[in-house]
Design a protein around this ligand. Structure first.
Ligand code: ATP
Ligand code: MN
Length: 479
């Protein structure tokens, strides 16, 4: 049996008492032909392997280069050196895979995040990405734990769909028709009846509509899967392929929805604080170092961990869209004409600079905005009594902007179809969706949380490309 090894993370929690262990990992550094810092990805901390002078042949020592992979057997002893509590005194050392130092692009020095994106296949071997992706794993696990413990059913909604859930974004088309000579109708249009599914299909932009079908049978469901948007936005918060969590709850109104979303976000943060302390401390330190380069007024008031603690211990600020417009209109920022997009008044769609002003400058904490004008929101949102607004809610987070979008859904068939007519959404295509309103309709609500934006918030990473393993963005699908 080959895989009889101790993980470095577990090893470092033990007391050094001469125990014999085998570790395997990749070399971070090798100094004085004697000390190897070996990392196996379970933690950013390395185990220091100590070789005795003359113990191994020079030929072997030459092959111990950065990122070569090793198997080391030896005994654990208290370290004589500073900086680590134990050493692994090697008795056997085997090189599993050589690494040509001349060709290996990662050196034991600080690389820019931009450069690391170009070698995303290797960047997991850095401390920063080690921490980010262990936290990402933890958060994904916590998503399932949270909903499972609440009795929600995990539902896998389709990736290929024929419906555009909400006009949420531009879609990627899925087709098996030939590009050079697609079949055409008599009118000369591409004939999607001849396509694989007998109709035009695309990659899903949201699992919500199917999620509602589940919620109106199970009571509560959630989805957690990839979503795709062909929007050409080259920002630090948009991906063409991202993961979304979408709970959908029957017997639930807008306020219940907000309560669940706030509880959920806090749960995820709390889970990472408890289970990823070491990685959070590393990232916190990293962020603090980075901010030292910024002018005083651009630095954050709170460190990463303090920020997370603050969010955990304070209620999100709740206000209506209408109140938000008033705050923005009355702000000095607006009066001094500092917004790039003018505050034109009630009815306008909020730009991310407006959202960030509310969160970062005005309230200095997460904000839940609700009851938006119906004109700027999707057809399925429940219409309020005022005839002007819908029961929508967005959660805005400091440094990120929108992290959650949700609503109470319109459960009244007549109101729903009326709105669909106004918005030119063909009823025939959504017959199955409308059936839920025909057969035992119930008040229900749900939201979508962008998983990468959540990972960004917890890790403090400024660019969304650095919290997903292999980002898909306009012009880029390497790896
Ligand atoms: P934005 O205005 O930021 O583009 P949106 O209004 O299009 O977001 P929704 O359609 O409500 O967003 O999607 C729900 C959630 O999914 C958002 O709150 C956000 O967290 C996330 N999200 C949306 N688009 C993207 C994207 N392109 N990349 C990563 N996450 C996204
Ligand atoms: Mn969008």
């Amino acid at each position: 049996m080959f895989n009889k090894r101790t993980r470095v993370k577990e090893l470092l929690q033990q007391e050094p008492a001469g125990q014999e262990v085998t570790v395997m990992g990749w070399v971070r550094t090798f100094r004085n032909n004697q000390f190897i810092a070996l990392n196996d990805g379970s933690t950013n901390n390395n185990i220091q392997v100590v070789l005795e002078l003359g113990q191994f042949a020079d030929e072997l020592l030459k092959r111990i280069t950065t990122s070569a992979s090793l198997r080391v057997k030896g005994t654990i002893q208290a370290s004589l050196g500073k900086g680590q509590k134990m050493d692994l005194k090697a008795s056997e050392l085997e090189i599993l895979g050589d690494c040509d130092a001349e060709k290996y692009p990662l050196q034991p020095k600080k690389h820019s995040l931009e450069f690391l994106r170009e070698i995303a296949h290797l960047r997991f071997r850095t401390n920063t990405f080690g921490s980010v992706f262990r936290i990402r794993h933890s958060l994904a696990f916590a998503v399932h734990k949270f909903f499972h413990e609440k009795g929600f059913v995990y539902m896998h909604t389709p990736i290929i769909t024929a419906s555009d859930a909400e006009g949420a974004g531009e879609m990627f088309r899925v087709t098996s028709l030939p590009f050079d000579n697609p079949p055409r109708t008599e009118e000369g249009q591409i004939d999607f009846k001849k396509d694989f599914f007998g109709k035009s299909t695309n990659l899903t932009v949201s699992g919500q509509l199917e999620g509602e079908l589940g919620a109106t049978a199970f009571g509560e469901i959630y989805t957690f899967g990839p979503t795709f948007r062909a929007e050409n936005s080259n920002t630090a918060r948009h991906l063409a392929e991202f993961w979304m969590i979408e709970p959908e709850m029957a017997f639930c109104d807008l306020e219940d929805n907000m309560n669940l979303a706030e509880e959920f976000i806090k749960y995820l943060i709390g889970f990472a604080m408890e289970n990823n302390r070491e990685d959070l401390e590393f990232l916190s330190q990293r962020l603090a170092e980075e901010e030292k380069q910024l002018p005083q007024d651009k630095r954050s008031e709170l460190g990463l961990i303090e920020k997370l603690e603050f969010v955990l211990n304070n209620e999100f600020q709740r206000l209506t869209y209408t109140e938000a417009i008033e705050i923005l209109r009355e702000s000095n920022h607006n009066k001094k004409k500092k917004f790039q997009y003018e505050i034109t008044g009630w009815g306008m769609d909020l730009q991310s600079e407006h959202e960030r002003y509310l969160v970062e400058k005005h309230f200095k904490k997460p904000v839940i905005l609700s009851n938006y004008p119906k004109e700027i929101k999707a057809f399925y949102m429940r219409q309020n009594e005022d005839g002007k607004t819908v029961a929508a809610m967005d959660i805005l987070a400091p440094g990120i902007g929108e992290i959650v979008g949700g609503s109470q859904r319109e459960e009244r068939l007549d109101k729903l179809t009326e709105r669909m007519k106004e918005m030119h959404i063909p009823e025939e295509e959504l017959w199955w969706y409308l059936d839920t309103r025909r057969f035992g309709t119930v008040p229900h609500a749900g939201f979508g949380l962008g998983f990468e934006r959540m990972v960004q918030f917890v890790t403090g990473m400024a660019n969304i490309r650095d919290v997903i393993a292999f980002p898909r963005t306009p012009g880029s699908a390497e790896f």
